[in-house]
Design a protein around this ligand. Structure first.
Ligand SMILES: Nc1ncnc2c1ncn2[C@@H]1O[C@H](COP(=O)(O)OP(=O)(O)OP(=O)(O)O)[C@@H](O)[C@H]1O
Ligand SMILES: [Mg+2]
Length: 275
């Protein structure tokens, strides 16, 4: 008897690793927000860094997350990306309450992040960075040619221009690096993409290409959270703004209802009881 014949060809049931199940495998509540954070708290010792933050994100929405230096924006996004564990409050992803213990838990929920301190490997080339940790292989062997072909197609898909996928990251401009980092995060097909100050160090044309990339990603239905101090960028790409102040979410508004002046007022709490 040959073993394969003894095994039913298909049972109709698929075996999935629950930690890697894609959104299509899960029974998501499609009416619920992609992200719903309620009363998120985080302390480091005696310092209360997050003191009750609410935030929601819908599919295809670009949400600007703003606030002064030290307001807690990066910490909040690290909580959502699983690299910092919160002390209180609830995280709901597509209606389901979750608790992340590591970045891979968040990745399994299709959440991608490009951190403020960009984590690309300077000494590796563009293709190797795009596929870091998930390089195409045959057995133990890297498929270098295949990796460069796929890298070229990912960059083309997201409109990112580099001279060659063989270029070292250290040879790229700041804008090209940011674009490669965003393309890497977007290429794994996340539902939620967090970008922490992606345009902070960029020249005008480089900012333009990163903003174009953000719009392109959102147009695919991805929910994007954009942290930036460049308020003019928010008016170019965002649908809505959440404002943080000293560890709390203090305002939430549609961008169409705001001006630069009113947004600055919200961030600095001018004229409010908290100022
Ligand atoms: N690991 C840590 N240990 C202790 N304090 C921390 C830690 N990480 C962040 N903090 C503190 O938490 C506060 C919020 O920091 P966070 O980086 O979230 O601010 P931010 O809003 O992203 O600011 P910026 O706009 O400057 O990037 C700061 O006062 C910071 O010093
Ligand atoms: Mg920050």
């Amino acid at each position: 008897m040959t073993t394969p014949d003894a095994i039913p060809a298909t049972t109709g049931a698929s075996v999935t690793d629950p930690t890697r199940a894609s959104s299509s495998d899960r029974r998501d509540d499609t009416t619920a927000p992609l992200v719903d954070l309620r009363g998120i708290r985080k302390s480091y010792g005696a310092v209360d860094v997050l003191r009750g933050v609410d935030l929601t994100l819908a599919r295809g929405e670009v949400l600007g997350l703003v606030g002064d230096n030290g307001a807690g924006k990066s910490t909040l996004m690290k909580v959502l990306a699983g690299s910092v564990q919160h002390d209180g409050g609830a995280i709901r992803i597509k209606g389901e309450e979750v608790r992340f213990h590591s970045p891979s838990d968040a990745q399994a929920r299709d959440i991608g992040i490009v951190y403020q301190d960009l984590a690309l490997c300077d000494s590796l080339n563009v293709a190797a960075n795009l596929f870091l940790g998930r390089e195409p292989r045959v057995g133990p062997f890297l498929r270098i040619g295949r990796m460069h072909e796929e890298a070229t197609s990912v960059l083309r898909e997201f409109g990112v221009r580099v001279t060659s996928t063989h270029q070292l990251i250290s040879q790229l401009s700041g804008g090209q690096r940011q674009s490669v980092a965003i393309a890497r995060a977007a290429s794994v097909d996340p539902d939620i993409l967090i970008l922490d100050e992606p345009t902070a160090a960029l020249a005008v044309t480089e900012v333009e290409s990163v903003l174009r990339l953000i719009k392109e990603v959102a147009a695919r239905g991805v929910g994007v959270i954009l942290i930036t101090h460049r308020l003019q960028d928010l008016f170019r790409v965002c649908d809505r703004i959440t404002v943080m102040y000293e560890g709390r979410s203090v305002d939430d508004a549609r961008i169409d209802d705001l001006t630069i002046e009113s947004l600055v007022g919200m961030i600095t709490r001018e004229g409010s009881a908290a100022a």
